[in-house]
Design a protein around this ligand. Sequence first.
Ligand code: 3H9
Length: 704
Amino acid sequence: MTVRYELVNEIGVITIDNPPVNALSQAVREGLKNAIEGAKFDSSKALLILCTGRTFIAGADISEFGQLPKEPSLPSVLSAIENSEKPVIAALHGSALGGGFELALACHYRCAIPTAEVGLPEVTLGLLPGAGGTQRVPRLAGVEAALDLITSGAPIVAEKAQQLSLIDKVLEGDLQEVALGYAKALVASGAQPRRVRDITIDPATVADDLFVSYRSKLKKRARGQLAPQHIVSCIEAAAKGSFDQGLQTERALFIECRESEQSAAMRHMFFAERNASKVEGLPKETANREVRSVAVIGGGTMGGGIAMCFANAGIPVKLLEISDEALQRGLQLIAKNYGVSVKRGKLTEADAAARQRLITGTTLYADLADCDLVIEAVFESIEVKKEVFTKLDGVCKQKAILATNTSYLDVDAIAAVTSRPEDVIGLHFFSPANVMKLLEIIRGDKTSDEVLATSMSIAKKIQKVPVLSRVCFGFIGNRMLRQYTRETQLCLIEGSSPEQIDRVMVDWGMAMGPLAVGDLAGLDIGYKARQALSDEEKGEPKTYCIADTLAEMGRLGQKTGAGYYRYDPETRARSSDPEVLKIIEAEAHKQGVTRREISNDEILKRLTLALINEGFKILEEGIAQRPGDIDAVYVFGYGFPPYRGGPMFYADQLGLKNVYEMICAYRDKHGELYWTPSALLKELVQEEITLAQWVSDRSLPFRQ
Ligand code: 3H9
């Protein structure tokens, strides 16, 4: 039974038991409605709603969106609760989120244990609270607090919720016991149903321009997104009209969000994020190795960031550098980064100091002998990496996991220099490593199941989104990025300006434009990487000559004050540089390219289709397990807009036939070298199958 009802003395206890997170599936909604109806006729004096398992209701069942609505609807269940003649009390533990928190708000009293959290994360799914949340929160907590809570989607702990009047009582002890005690005390005091809908908002508490200024703030913070703007409209309706009118506004805007492509994309990302850590074919019973201590080799920006990830999770880290001087530089960089977090109010000084103490330095490989996991983050050269792994093989204890943070190189070749290739894996962090959520996990040919399973769970421990990739040049993310960068460079030489390309991509939703990203990362990085390649590997000069010229002029990006743009040495503010256009024109002339006007539409199509076509090739070769994994890589590692669902979801939205035809048109115009359509894409178009269908049917072609 997903919903049970029992009478405990005078209290009708309604228990929801719908693992894993007590989502409000149709069965739960129906069970709740029946329990409330049934309780009308028994001797109960009050009703108590609580949940079994690790959490209170974590929201509507997200997998039901996109299907035909099933009765009873959540709003109808909540109005049955609110209309109950007997007081209804919600008892919260774990996470009371979305529809779950809305249900609690429709109850007449709310209690929670101190560790409980409440929140309305609908906005992270491209939705808004659709069961009265936008109307009840401002009535209890005030309009400004409601705007902050609902447009951020971030949960708050019980104590804070109590301060905002969203919870009445925070109780220590066993939930069922203390909640029953609270319910009995309410009955004894003669407490009556108390309905949030009856509260009126005093217009004097709402500043005249509050909604206008909040909307414009959100236009920047949640650029391009529909739901945050609609949330403001709902809260405005709560402040200015009756509860019933507000509910109507909320319902209409909720449905608009639910049916939007943005919400479909963000719901896809919710499941893509969770599926990414699942490794097909990995036996469930695979043991995890204990990881109690970590070593990071290389104290540069990347190594330091990786060390911080583990220290932040409470795991001690040894940082190894080749000299005392380099080590001190590395440790100082870490101290500086923690200092910035303290300055920004993200960490207390004491917390920062405690984390920093977990990171100790060494210059001796022998000191790594007892570490459970060693991550190499040295210079991107196969020879240097092989040398490091040979040393590690000599000193590390048996069963230590030896990981490389390489972003392109052959993990199998690195593993082959050790006597234990089964213990070697790629753990590819993204810069800044202590901030970016993505962690590509590269499974070598010989990597053991145990090492893979441990890497997946350690990734979660350090709050990363792990995505599995097989070995290939650049793995999932950087292999696709090469194609995106190629088209960026080609658009540049053929006629665009850096400003045009970056503006098109940012307006479309990318966190940053590709050329501004190049300046941020440093143009020397790509330059050095190209120097290590043969002419054949580098490809046609017109795909990199502008970048090379800028780097050779010492225009390395932000750090030198100039790259594709100019940067103010103090503020790092970006401005256009006419010099760059001259460089581009000169390079075009050298390469025999006649520049022309390139439309914004062409830029967008060439850059996104280059990503998509390579994504399909990665799938057909079995480098990625599923399209959603590629989407997770791009959303969590490359600033792809979550509300477009990642490149592969976006391809499905465009229609695979359209995608295929556009790629074929580019092939006919620009040649086969860059625009040969993926065989998988072609096959799916011929069979009239979407990527979503391909995922759900294992018998389809190219399924590994
Ligand atoms: C909403 O409520 C709209 C209302 O306003 C409106 C209506 C009219 N549905 O995250 P985990 C699955 S919108 C379906 O790994 P944790 C999840 O996929 C909803 N499934 O656990 C996973 O499955 P699997 C607003 C859900 O302990 C498993 O449960 N609510 C849902 O790290 C475990 O999840 C939210 O957005 C769901 N609602 O974190 C809250 N939630 O094992 C979404 C989870 O097969 N949920 N699953 O991979 C969360 O934030 C986290 O799950 C939570 C637990 C913090 C609760």
